[in-house]
Design a protein around this ligand. Structure first.
Ligand code: ATR
Length: 276
């Protein structure tokens, strides 16, 4: 999707994948800076490690406590720090790496655009309290959801998130466990459904899926998990996590290029790449 976006913007760049051992992450980032790369994306397990390894953190990375996008910047005599992609190599007198997070915004953007969920005032049942679950919970709270029900296999992890929500967002009604009534959104942030034969991430005896107006599964491969299949059969609106992947990439390309990313072209390339 990035190469499709890059070529549509007419940029003479290439997006490549590098397999980096976590022990080598710091020299890898510094090496990319020394070679005047435009930027980097990082994935698990590098996102948290990189917080300590970049020269500066954008507010997004500070807020969400993880870096998934790095932009390299050059210092010039007259323009201060600028994205490296906009500078001629000869005018650069110093270099720095800046860490961003584009994952959190991608969650809510995909919920709004792919599932037409209106988040302010919404009631949400969130499954999962790992890294993705925590970011989703806090991001939904910043968007002004009215109630958040947290369910996780390991209850203590859901309780940690509950405490954080209660402290930072006291206006959100947060609780552990399934709600008695229906919800506007059921969001799966567990990894259950990735593998064939996985159990459902929800106990539908406790919470029949028809009680959710919309169901979002962060998993995008398979395209339709058992959760989404049953949700659709129960009459729910459904979407998978492809949009999250798309929008974090869209935002990253905008951070590197300073231009609006061609979303349709990137979505098409991503869909082709993942689903064939
Ligand atoms: P991520 O960064 O994708 O959130 P993670 O932090 O490893 O990954 O979190 C995985 C989530 O899936 C957790 O909520 C995890 O539940 P636990 O906190 O109890 O580990 C959930 N999960 C993974 N395997 C599971 C299983 N077999 N049954 C129930 N929940 C599971």
């Amino acid at each position: 999707m990035q190469n499709a976006g890059i070529s549509s913007l007419g940029l003479n760049w290439r997006y490549l994948a590098f397999d980096v051992d976590p022990d080598d992450l710091k020299p890898a980032i510094d090496g990319a800076k020394a070679m005047k790369f435009i930027g980097l994306n990082l994935t698990v397990p590098h996102k948290i490690l990189a917080l300590e390894m970049v020269d500066a953190l954008d507010e997004s990375a500070q807020t969400w406590g993880a870096v998934n996008t790095i932009r390299f910047e050059g210092l010039t005599d007259h323009q201060g720090w600028q994205p490296i992609g906009r500078l001629h190599p000869d005018e650069i007198i110093d270099l720095r790496s800046v860490g961003f997070n584009t994952d959190a915004d991608a969650i809510t953007r995909s919920l709004q655009e792919d599932l037409s969920v209106t988040l302010p005032g919404a009631t949400v049942l969130l499954l999962g309290a790992g890294g993705a679950g925590r970011t989703a919970a806090l991001k939904l709270a910043t968007e002004g959801v009215s109630a958040l029900y947290l369910v996780n296999r390991t209850r203590a992890k859901a309780e940690e998130i509950l405490a954080e929500i209660n402290q930072r967002f006291p206006q959100v009604q947060a609780a552990i466990g399934y709600p008695e009534d229906g919800v506007d959104l059921l969001l799966n942030a567990t990894s259950l459904g990735l593998k064939a034969g996985d159990p459902m991430p929800i106990d539908d005896q406790h919470f029949p899926l028809g009680r959710a107006s919309a169901v979002y599964d962060m998993i995008y491969r398979p395209a339709e998990t058992e959760l989404l299949r049953r949700a659709k059969a129960s009459g729910c609106r459904t979407a998978n996590g492809l949009g999250m992947l798309l929008y974090q990439g869209v935002k990253a390309l905008e951070i590197w290029s300073g231009k609006s990313a061609p979303i349709g072209i990137m979505r098409q390339a991503l869909t082709k790449n993942i689903y064939g």
